[in-house]
Ligand binder design. Sequence first.
Ligand code: SF4
Ligand code: SF4
Length: 429
Amino acid sequence: MQTRFTAAQLADPRIQDANEILRKCVHCGFCTATCPTYVLLGDELDSPRGRIYLIKDLLENDRPATAKVTRHVDRCLSCLSCMTTCPSGVNYMHLVDQARARIEATYKRPLAERLLRRLLARVLPSPFLFRLSLSGARLARAFRGLLPGRLAGLVAMAPASIPAASPNTGPRVFPAQGTRRKRVALLAGCAQQVLRPAINEATVRLLTRHGCEVVVAPGAGCCGALVHHLGRERESLAAARANVVAWETVADDGGLDAVVINASGCGTQVKDYGFMLRTDPGWAARAARISGLAKDLSEVMLDLGLDGAHLDAPPVIAYHSACSMQHGQKLGEEPKRLLRDAGFTVLEPAEGHLCCGSAGSYNLLQPEIATRLQARKAANLEATGAQAVAVGNIGCLVQIAAGTDLPVVHTAELLDWATGGPKPAELDS
Ligand code: SF4
Ligand code: SF4
């Protein structure tokens, strides 16, 4: 694709990046076939290629974002399916990230939208505020009919019950069982530890049982993906810097083999810290070091080798590959291989490349599209005939569980169960 940035514009390293990305696109349109919003809406402007043209125009003309650009970029799930399909290696992720930041900086959304986005950016990354909000939302359910549209929808999405916080929450060191094979830091996350604390508990048991010392580092918090996808660049960079400091402290004080992440959306983000902070001389090398250490749980477990799997008649599993797992981190086979090593029969649903509609806070901001994708995903998973669904990302887990009667569990919970941990509670109901 031809671009026409001026020399002055190209002096900005971000525009240089955008220019390189745009020039790789040959307009072939292969990406449209696998884009969930194009598949649903059939509008070229809701396809990757259409959005690329809109973003090119936004950046080249250096104008404030319009309502039209904002609408079509907002509808993008950042699922990155287009990046897997693209034969030219167009890095759509870095382009749309830049567009979201530009929109946030130059477009004035309607007041209600601004307040909602500000609320999500403040509440979702904080386990304390998120837990408090979920409790409030449960109480507000009774008055849902009196609430304005979007707020009523948010209240309706709050889970019927909120699990008790794990007694293992907070910074600490979990010693390895037997001989120590690795020392790893675990990203404890934000929303996940509130919505399903059992995932981190299972992860710690699984890793320590396989010889890992697990450190939950003081000062490490939300990975920053939630605010990053809202275009709130300053906050996402602050989250990245805080985590870099927390984990390099662990690394410099006893060594570190990996930063283990059990939510693939967060993993995609942490693996990108090096890029996000590339132009900051004080942080570029430090962030790149942490990105180099970041590993999905499945990568670490494959490296360790699953030991002592022993289930009699385990349930047949339909595996949902989160977009951030298969497109963001290119980990398509690893989690399935582990589940099979653990003795599970693993089935794969039709349209496995399509997003479930969760996409961070997308299901809260674009509920109509998200609900259609959720129903489509649930139907495809149920059609496999499996007895349960496995997934490696909390957002997908909650989104799919709300759309099906099948139990939905995290891969870590199944691997932990298979190697000596407790049976996931969802499989008992
Ligand atoms: S990231 Fe997903 S929704 Fe966005 S353009 Fe690419 S395929 Fe479509
Ligand atoms: S598949 Fe790649 S090169 Fe083709 S239109 Fe889409 S982004 Fe551009």
